[in-house]
Design a protein around this ligand. Structure first.
Ligand SMILES: C[C@](O)(CO)[C@H](O)COP(=O)(O)OP(=O)(O)OC[C@H]1O[C@@H](n2ccc(N)nc2=O)[C@H](O)[C@@H]1O
Ligand SMILES: Nc1ncnc2c1ncn2[C@@H]1O[C@H](COP(=O)(O)OP(=O)(O)OP(=O)(O)O)[C@@H](O)[C@H]1O
Length: 309
């Protein structure tokens, strides 16, 4: 059963078990083909921010779900019913998998602090679903095999298996073929979103060319130089649908970002900066110019000896 807690701030009694749900960033996204079922085959270099949603979990007498945070209103109006929330889908699917194996999955109170914009290309829903799986496995003190967990994650969404790991990676297929990139540098980025929600299927439908060149091998060179040679193939169709993407991208360029690109199906763009100090300075300057838009300086996962150290 679903119910809303009276107070939509995070309940103090839920201290203890929490999971972060970091923003996903597609540093490059090449669409290289199409499957028979219509899903597009991708090659993507993905990393994760030190900023995201937060999920709190506590045992309860019956299942409860509540949310708070800057983007909680977008959730309730966006999806209409809370029952659509990927956190609840993740809870219910994991519970039935465990019960099929004779394991207990007792009622749980979950609170979602929604800090990430919704339908923004930074995988907020997928990150929440992955964090729900991780948190519930800890709360219920149970294990499922890695292939079973990956299968369940992929059923919840193409991005959920990547979000389970939240480390720099090369992703192929639709999200199921993940290769971790242990030598990938930690980067200083500014995430910038004009707060125009973008529907992922709509962007894929607008994409004209489905067979674009693959990412190819990096060779001996630097990761950041390599990224500069890559693309997001979803950026042209997204720009044609949402004119603010060109605007937000130009604003990042004007702050002297080393590289500016859209992530996922948009509308969030990222700008790459030399250091976290310059990224924070750029985010503050941009926020002053557009007080209602979303600007966030983030440090990404990976080796701290990279460009942004
Ligand atoms: C674009 C990315 O954000 C890149 O990381 C993801 O591939 C999208 O992942 P996601 O939001 O979890 O997407 P899903 O919820 O699985 O798919 C939403 C819809 O987008 C389209 N879709 C999605 C992924 C993909 N590789 N090809 C597609 O054509 C399909 O119409 C699908 O029904
Ligand atoms: N916990 C959640 N957070 C955000 N959106 C959710 C959640 N649960 C369900 N949704 C639904 O999922 C849709 C996509 O939201 P999300 O924020 O995950 O998109 P996205 O960042 O564009 O994802 P991606 O980068 O994977 O394409 C929203 O329109 C919303 O209705």
């Amino acid at each position: 059963m679903l119910s809303q807690l009276d107070d939509n701030t995070r309940p103090a009694t839920m201290a203890g078990l929490f999971e972060l749900a970091p923003a996903k960033i597609n540093l490059a996204l090449h669409v290289v083909g199409r499957r028979a079922d219509g899903y597009h085959l991708l090659e993507s270099i993905v990393t994760f921010a030190d900023h995201g949603d937060r999920l709190d979990f506590a045992p309860a007498e019956r299942d409860r779900f509540s949310f708070s945070g800057r983007f909680a209103p977008a959730l309730s109006t966006g999806s209409g019913k809370h029952a659509d929330n990927l956190v609840l889908k993740a809870r219910d699917r994991l519970r039935s998998l465990l019960q099929d194996q004779g394991l207990a999955a007792p009622p749980v109170a979950i609170h979602l602090e929604k800090n990430l914009p919704v339908a923004a290309g930074i995988g907020g829903g997928s990150a929440d679903a992955a964090a729900a799986l991780r948190g519930l496995l800890r709360l219920w003190d149970v294990e499922v095999s890695a292939p079973e967990l990956d299968r369940l994650a992929l059923e919840l969404g193409a991005d959920v298996p990547m979000c389970l790991r939240s480390e720099p990676m090369l992703v192929r297929g639709i999200g199921e073929d993940v290769t971790l990139l242990p030598d990938f540098p930690s980067l200083a980025l500014v995430l910038a979103n004009p707060l125009v929600g973008v529907s992922t299927p709509q962007i894929f439908r607008r994409l004209e060319r489905k067979n674009n060149p693959p990412i190819g091998p990096k060779g001996e060179g630097d990761w950041v130089d390599f990224l500069g040679m890559l693309r997001n193939d979803l950026e042209p169709p997204a720009r044609s649908l949402v004119p603010e993407i060109a605007q937000v991208s130009a604003m990042l360029d004007a702050e002297d970002a080393l590289l500016t690109r859209m992530t996922g199906s948009g509308a969030t763009c990222f700008g790459l900066f030399e250091t976290m100090d310059t990224a924070r300075g750029a985010a503050s300057a941009l926020q002053r110019r557009k007080p209602d838009w979303y600007f966030q300086a983030v440090q990404t996962a990976g080796h701290k000896s990279g460009t942004s150290s």
